[in-house]
Write a protein that binds this ligand. Sequence first.
Ligand code: PLP
Length: 422
Amino acid sequence: MKQESQCLYAGYTPANGQARVLPITQSTTFTYASTAEVSKLFDLEVEGFFYTRLGNPTVDAVERKIAALEGGVGALCTSSGQAANLLAILNVAACGDHVVSTSSIYGGTFNLFAVTLRRMGIEVTFVDQHADDATIAAAIRPETRAIFGETLANPSMDVLDIERLARIAHAHGLPLVVDNTFATPVLCRPFDFGADIVTHSTTKYMDGHAVQMGGVIVDSGNFDWAASPRFAEFVQPDASYHGLIYTQAFGKAAYIVKARVQLMRDLGCCQTPQGAFYINLGLETLPLRMRKHCENALAVARWLEGRPEVESVLYPGLESSPCHALACKYLPQGSSGVVSFSLRGGRDAGARFIDSLNMISLQVHVADIRSCVLHPASSTHRQLSDEQLVAAGITPGMVRLSVGVENLEDILTDLAQALDRA
Ligand code: PLP
């Protein structure tokens, strides 16, 4: 099936007489006839649901759908995008290990990497994703366990050169982990360009209606964990499963099974059946919505470029964008709905502009069907120093506009009156 159809049908096929719509299995637990059967489930000898923290039919259907959309071998839903990125890294890195990340990433991920992972003994080196190969490779150490970046960086809208970063990562026996939240698999499938693991905040476009927190990790199945000397946990017996060896027992799915049975078991940041149901509803219309978001955002970006109050517009779909060539390669169908721009009047003009909007609302969110705005320097990226802000591609006066699916004229009318007042 093509993606539009996968969005509707992948992950759940009703049998004769069963519900057409994915049912919510609102149960924490599942019954079995014998202790022998439950023991086999606990020893991972057979597949099956036994406790919703580790697996649930509704959540499972959504995981299968997202894995199909990304072209992966398996997926694991989490309670939020933060949890997805945390688990994606903890699955390969432990205390004493190291990760290389691009610096243009979401502020929450930056804090997770720079503060919380550091407290756990995992050090992260941030690199400019546009630096040359040798500069990026110079950040890799013997204890490095992954390279991380965002397909479309939040909020700088930098486009990741996935193929190049994958090449650098693989030359050093490392997986490339890509947060594909803003692009969604509709606009870019990072596995097609050599990425090994993909993460998402499903809270964003996948849900799309601003109703449900969630995250997901998807495994391409392509990284050879046994071939690299860096991943002992994948090739040595796991004492918590009677000496099971992940690469031997689960082959191409070693990474995603390990994330579930080790990390989800122990950390418990799972998605709920009800939550998965909402995400599934969002996924059903994802291609339709992404088309409209991209169409509206490109028109808004072009319009903003022509306004005298606007100093700069960051949208890779614009011919003037330094990332335009990368966008043509990785995002040929559109660069999502997020447009970041700076007003000539700086921080004060940015605030006045946001306070003057009527239809478009101020929200700590992005990727909603309704247009919304945010001032990153005073909210999502508030904890960053001025140097860190610059490294993340953010100016103090930057406005992050998430263009929704409203009528374009209505969006432009609201922007125009707010610019006049700013
Ligand atoms: N990754 C990106 C690119 C994001 O934009 C966000 C949130 O905005 C996250 C991860 C974190 O996701 P969540 O808010 O679902 O925890």
